[in-house]
Design a protein around this ligand. Structure first.
Ligand code: NI
Length: 398
């Protein structure tokens, strides 16, 4: 199938899907209307779709008609953010305080567009395509359900796609190696002894100990880390004390850690525990660390698969459609799926466009996109799946 041509023909349908999803934005784990719409559209087309009694999102399956035993997964996330929309677009969210400000409505409509085309061209496909419409990406752990429950067993390769508010509209960015950072969080609780603010000699001041811990944590990046590795350690909250003349016995700090390798994540946890426990002790206090590994980093380490994707996008829209992108310290829970399916990649489709006012960052209340990119994204998904299966059947990318 000529996916670029067919996607252009399906533009009105893809945009209508996007308008519905955008207007009915729903928070993570609450994507009920969104899931119902996607399931209903997929079933109208005739595509078998699996939904879940205890979870939102769905998985559609398209079996190809030509020989080839591989299965490729295409993934779009479907959830929105707790933001009051001020984009001014006609299809603005009808749910107060909830907005598709990260483009997940675009991802879902592009994947639905791909589903329409792949179903029409199924006789040409050399294997199986699964389409995951994934819940709760913004909750950091939305992808875990499908992996942990075994719904992604037997999949050989996977691709996720996200709009990029910095890349030019309609371009594709496929970056080799590290692309997005891991995202972990921590909670440090310091315990001391309270006393009157005028009599510190009777206290073990939890605020002073927490302050010393906060400063010492800076040495994880400046002293413990290899300077060639990007690393962020941020304390985002400190909660302590009740009144100006009371020395408090408890302080709680929470923060996040971003980096690009498993080794760096483990290093940070180990050094943090050492600093926290010993700095607390030096101040006569005790402290504990709760450290949660949320999302691994997104790494496009299968270079052959990256090349397959580049070729697909190039075939569709020419060499100039491919752009470079830097790695970023944001995160994305597709990484959990990538750990489960090592032959996988995550790509960006640009949506920055001054002419249509698509200039705001994701997670901004004015975020909007140039909708011309939607058929391109749909074609990109579909072409990649078809090309991967074709190559795998011929012994490449196997
Ligand atoms: Ni997003």
């Amino acid at each position: 199938m000529d996916y670029a041509k067919r996607a252009a023909e399906l533009k009105d349908t893809i945009l209508a899907d996007r308008h519905y999803l955008h207007a009915h934005a729903e928070l993570p784990f609450e994507e009920k209307e969104t899931t119902a719409y996607l399931v209903s559209e997929l079933e109208k087309i005739g595509i078998p779709v699996q939904r879940f009694d205890d979870y939102t999102g769905c998985i559609a399956t398209i079996k190809g008609g030509r020989p080839g035993g591989k299965t490729v997964l295409l993934r779009a996330d479907i959830d929105a953010l707790p933001i009051q929309e001020k984009s001014g677009v006609a299809c603005s969210s009808q749910n107060p305080g909830v907005m598709h400000a990260c483009g997940h409505d675009c991802h879902a409509s592009m994947l639905l567009g791909a589903a329409r085309m792949l179903w029409e061209s199924k006789d040409e496909l050399c294997g199986t395509v699964k389409l995951l419409f994934q819940a709760a990406e913004e909750a950091f752990i939305g992808s875990h359900y499908y992996v942990d429950k075994g719904y992604l067993e037997g999949i050989d390769a996977a691709m996720g796609m996200h709009v990029s508010a910095t890349a030019p509209s309609g371009t594709f960015a496929v970056r080799d190696g590290a692309l997005l950072a891991s995202c972990d969080n921590f909670k440090i609780t310091v315990h001391g002894v309270s006393a009157h603010g005028s009599a510190p000699q009777f206290s073990k001041d939890a605020i002073v100990a927490a302050s010393a811990i906060l400063l010492n944590l800076q040495t994880i990046v400046s002293r413990a880390n290899d300077p060639l590795n990007s690393l962020v350690v941020t304390v985002g909250t400190i909660k302590a004390g009740s009144q100006f003349n009371i020395i408090t016995d408890k302080a709680v700090m929470e923060g996040t850690v971003r980096c690009y390798t498993k080794e760096a994540r483990q290093m940070v946890e180990g050094v943090m525990r050492r600093i926290v426990e010993n700095t607390a002790a030096a101040n006569g206090c005790t402290a504990e660390v709760e450290y949660n590994y949320l999302e691994p980093s997104v790494r496009n380490d299968d270079l052959a698969l990256n090349e397959t994707a580049r070729e697909s996008f190039r075939t569709l829209y020419g060499e100039e459609v491919l752009v470079e992108t830097e790695k970023a310290t944001g995160s994305e829970d597709f990484s959990y799926i990538m750990e489960h399916i090592p032959c996988s990649l995550f790509v960006f489709i640009g949506c920055y466009d001054e002419a249509t006012g698509s200039v705001h960052a994701v997670h901004n209340e004015k975020f909007r996109i140039n909708e011309e990119i939607l058929p391109r994204g749909a074609a990109g998904y579909a072409r990649f799946a078809a090309d991967y299966l074709e190559k795998a059947a011929g012994g490449e990318n196997a």
